[in-house]
Design a binder for this molecule. Structure first.
Ligand SMILES: Cc1cc2nc3c(=O)[nH]c(=O)nc-3n(C[C@H](O)[C@H](O)[C@H](O)COP(=O)(O)OP(=O)(O)OC[C@H]3O[C@@H](n4cnc5c(N)ncnc54)[C@H](O)[C@@H]3O)c2cc1C
Length: 384
């Protein structure tokens, strides 16, 4: 049996390679970058993904790097008051079977990569940007930017937000730019002055802004993320999301929240994107996975988790069907759940960034919540 080709060696592509290899398939990962890697910031992992990581045999290794917050706290950025919390320890273990954790992206990606390297059936290649492909009977011929060619039994496009494979399968052009700009920074704990909520994952929401803080690497460093919804972007102006707009937008925040901006680097920012959910992301022996299939805004913190869930479901379907059928069965199972993440993330973003009456309504609703329940995301955390 020919090997399965996977375009992209991010979290999604590597998880797919591992899941397929664990089902006895030979896999070749073609990664465009010169090295496998991830950016140096944190990522949140809900209980839904822990079950998947356990099935992939990597949960324990990843948890060894993780930080387990005692609660997810939501605070109002305008006055720094706590509005609500979700107690993610005992309650999560009892209801969902797993805790909520946060982890450095490089530790997460690195452990999945290490597990792939331990699988004889996985070949890992870098500097192999997939340029195009052709389906020929029972094979897919993939051509890389450097001219290399590979023949595989199937192709999984896990090549991210600007997926080349997606353009051949769906052809819907560039992703939607949301105009939300993100600044990040990781600093040692001894540089963090105010630590009263340091054992939690805290999110401060405010008009067109929010700030997130949580610890990483066994609690030794603090991950800081500041996001603004850019007015300049809405007006079509230049310099949307630039550092001075970050500062301007946070001018309304409580001084303590504004102070946290010193922990984020101004050297680089990320603009958020997503896409409208689609009803078909497979064509014959080619399918998509992760951000290539259903990129989402960050407001449920689930993009990578959806990619990992995709990987597990994909491998299960491939184990029991031929490729074209397996890919249709896979996308059928994943379509509504991932669409719900994409669409709910937009709504969560609006609620988080509310002002005026909408802010009052949000805060009243949230204050009445029971910290030992989370009906808003129960469907998500119960998992698959
Ligand atoms: C600010 C922010 C915060 C986030 N927080 C969270 C969070 O807390 N929890 C969570 O689950 N998710 C979070 N996400 C989402 C998460 O980062 C992504 O959904 C996830 O990384 C997608 O993984 P992927 O493997 O599908 O794509 P990518 O990580 O984009 O990987 C794609 C890979 O393909 C390679 N590639 C690209 N083109 C080609 C090509 N032509 N040929 C071969 N290789 C190619 C790239 O080099 C890359 O290695 C966040 C996103 C943002 C922006």
């Amino acid at each position: 049996m020919k090997e399965i080709l996977v375009a992209g060696g991010g979290i999604g592509g590597l998880a797919a390679a591992l899941a397929l290899a664990l089902k006895g398939r030979r896999v070749r990962v073609l990664e465009k970058a010169a090295e496998f890697g991830e950016i140096g910031y944190g990522i949140q992992m809900g209980p839904n993904v822990s079950r998947m990581l356990e099935r992939l045999g990597v949960l324990e290794a990843i948890e060894a790097h993780a930080f387990f917050p005692e609660a997810l706290i939501f605070a109002d950025a305008l006055d720094n008051t706590e509005i609500t919390r979700i107690a993610v320890g005992k309650f999560f273990r009892e209801r969902y079977g797993y805790r909520y954790f946060v982890v450095h992206r490089r530790d997460l990606h690195g452990e999945i990569l290490a597990a792939c390297r331990r699988q004889e059936g996985i070949a890992l290649e870098t500097s192999r940007g997939v340029a195009d492909f052709e389906q020929r009977g029972d094979a897919v011929l993939v051509r890389c930017e450097g001219g290399q060619e590979y023949e595989g039994a199937a192709l999984v496009g896990a090549d991210g937000l600007r997926s080349v494979v997606r353009q051949a399968v769906i052809g819907d052009g560039a992703p939607r730019v949301a105009g939300h700009y993100v600044y990040r920074g990781v600093v040692p704990m001894d540089e963090i002055a105010e630590r009263s909520r340091a054992d939690a994952m805290t999110i401060w929401g405010g008009p067109d802004l929010h700030m997130v803080q949580y610890r990483l690497r066994g609690g030794t460093v603090m991950n800081n993320v500041a996001t603004i919804v850019s007015k300049r972007f809405r007006r079509g102006e230049k310099d949307a999301g630039a550092p001075d707009e970050l500062q301007e937008t946070f001018a309304r925040a409580d001084p303590h929240v504004r102070e946290l901006l010193k922990y984020v680097s101004r050297e680089r920012n990320w603009v958020l994107h997503d896409r409208e959910p689609v009803t078909n992301w497979s064509k014959g022996r080619v399918t998509l996975l992760g951000d290539a299939a259903h990129p989402t805004l960050q407001y449920l913190a689930q993009g990578a988790q959806m990619a990992i869930e995709d990987a597990v479901v994909l491998a299960e379907k491939v184990a029991s069907h031929d490729f074209a059928e397996a890919f249709l069965a896979y996308q059928r199972e994943r379509m509504n759940r991932t669409a719900r993440v994409v669409l709910s993330s937009r709504v969560f973003g609006e609620v988080l960034h509310a002002d005026g009456g909408a802010r009052e309504l949000r805060n009243d609703y949230c204050r009445a919540r029971n910290p030992d329940q989370c009906p808003e995301v129960d469907w998500l955390y119960r998992g698959i």
